[in-house]
Write a protein that binds this ligand. Structure first.
Ligand code: SAH
Ligand code: SF4
Ligand code: F3S
Length: 473
């Protein structure tokens, strides 16, 4: 249905789409970043290119996150600022006409609040949920056809979840969604409401998809994505462990990661995959949330601290190089001082390499939001600081052990620190490593290199280059 005409416009249905610019802001988790890439790939077929300058944009899209209060506040404030785009439209230099900027909000806030947002914010033209990403073209078409103030938040009711991964970045790394939704309903969490029920892709489809990415798009590193990837394939008699061992056979794929995992669903075949796969990263992100069994019960997490620690032991036995990271929520409703101390003890026992720690944030519609909570923001703030301070000292100690060892990294960026240019990459165990180039003129971007670590602290790791492999291994 698309045809390029002589004035560089693309015809879509009845409308001409001249070259236009889209500005997109993504909040939240990797799933959202993955969705944004998908949105971008659909829009490029409608003659949109990306801009980093909001003032230049014809189309402004927010891909929102609802998981904590802060992410919500950021979005509402950024959305508020777009009012000026509408009240003071620029003159389009090409047509000499007033530029009609379209503003849209998608993602997790839009899924549950879409209708209210569109009503409340005059400048918002349409809102769309998390399960209609692939219909973005149709929505943008409707907006340019003149339709105003609509909301699309339908759930995909089909039995199957079948897609082909879209990539737009031109890098050797790709996100590949393998499961969507979440059925866990942890008592504090909004995600099951914003992302709907769990649905997995079929194993064979994912393998074909990854082979295609490796062969035709130069992908060498894949991150398998889902809110709970450990549930992958449950309804189809398939599993994440099986998928990993199939992807192991894909020539040209060098590194395989996955996120996020729920401890309840870590199966023996996944542990075995960590022992047997050479491509699987030496890293597991396994959110624990709390070190207190009573809090874990109130969170409806379905495991105990003892079970969690036994999983870590199994994983470390399967792969002695394994590095484990986690998430902690400080100040869950009515958490006692003793329960908080149990979390500090868990940090000592688990020896995480890094954690993401958050103060509990009440989410409307969740079970925890209905609990009669006596904790204050001050208590939550103090406990969060204690969690982070303790973790930083543990992590400094763990990372000191990196000194003198050699790690292979795929270079993914460079930065200048105190006038010195350094390149950076991520180890298989998910630590960021900086190194100074042997030759300042050489471009190391997306090259594989071996780096020997010269110094490592809780938050930064420096090394020297000892071997270069070029763009592929
Ligand atoms: N599916 C993933 C996590 C999704 S949300 C999992 O289960 O691990 C990412 C993290 O945000 C969670 O692990 C949790 O630590 C935090 N989080 C979720 N809801 C929260 C809330 N209401 N308040 C504070 N932190 C929260
Ligand atoms: Fe939220 Fe729990 Fe699902 Fe993770 S597993 S997304 S924390 S409900
Ligand atoms: Fe946020 Fe939605 Fe991800 S709530 S964390 S963007 S699933």
């Amino acid at each position: 249905m698309e045809n390029t005409t002589k004035n560089d416009s693309v015809k879509v249905g009845e409308l001409e789409f001249p070259p236009r610019k889209v500005w997109m802001k993504t909040y939240g988790c990797q799933m959202n970043y993955h969705d944004s890439e998908r949105i971008m790939s659909h829009l490029s077929g409608m003659n949109f290119t990306k801009t980093e300058e909001q003032s230049e944009a014809d189309l402004v899209i927010f891909n929102t996150c609802a998981v904590r209060d802060l992410a919500n506040q950021k979005f509402y404030s950024h959305l508020g600022e777009t009012k000026k785009l509408k009240t003071n439209p620029d003159i389009d230099p090409e047509t000499g006409l007033k530029k009609n900027v379209i503003v849209a909000a998608g993602g997790c806030i839009a899924q549950t609040e879409g209708k209210d947002l569109v009503q409340k914010y005059k400048q918002l033209d349409f809102a769309f949920g998390t399960d209609v990403i692939d219909n973005i073209g149709e929505m943008v078409y409707r907006a340019y056809a003149g339709e105003k103030k609509f909301t699309v938040t339908a759930w995909d009711r089909s039995d199957n979840y079948s897609i082909e991964t879209k990539i737009t970045q031109g890098t050797p790394q790709a996100f590949v969604n393998i499961i969507k939704g979440c059925d866990k309903f942890c008592s504090y969490c909004i995600v099951p409401f914003t992302r709907g029920r769990e649905k997995s892709r079929r194993l064979a489809e994912v393998v074909t998809d990854v082979k295609r990415l490796v062969e035709y798009s130069g992908i060498q590193e894949v991150m398998l994505l889902g809110q709970n990837v450990n549930s992958f394939g449950k309804d189809n008699g398939e599993s994440l462990g099986q998928l990993i061992m199939e992807l192991e056979k894909v020539n040209g794929l060098h590194l395989l990661r996955y996120t996020t995992s729920h401890p309840y669903d870590v199966t023996d075949d996944l542990v075995e995959a960590h022992a047997n796969s050479k491509k699987l990263a030496n890293h597991l992100h396994l959110p624990v949330q709390s070190g207190s069994n009573t809090v874990l019960q109130r969170m409806l997490r379905e495991y105990t601290v003892e079970h969690y620690l036994s999983l870590l032991a199994k994983m470390r036995k399967a792969n002695p190089e394994m590095v484990i990271t986690s998430d902690i929520i400080a100040g869950f409703p009515n958490e006692t001082e003793e329960e908080h101390q149990q979390t500090l003890q868990l940090l000592k026992d688990a020896q995480f390499d890094n954690i993401y720690a958050y103060a509990y944030s009440s989410r409307k519609g969740t079970k925890a939001a209905r609990m009669n909570d006596v904790l204050t923001d001050d208590i939550r703030g103090r406990r969060l600081r204690e969690v982070m301070d303790l973790q930083l000292s543990i992590q400094a100690e763990i990372r000191r052990g990196m000194t003198g060892k050699t790690y292979r990294v795929l270079v993914d960026g460079k930065n200048i620190n105190k006038g010195v240019q350094k390149w950076q990459g991520r180890t298989s165990c998910n630590r960021i490593v900086h190194f100074e180039p042997a030759n300042p003129e050489q471009d190391y971007m997306w090259n594989w290199v071996d780096v020997e670590i010269t110094s490592a602290t809780a938050l930064s790791t420096q090394g020297t280059l000892i071997k270069e492999y070029g763009k592929t291994l």
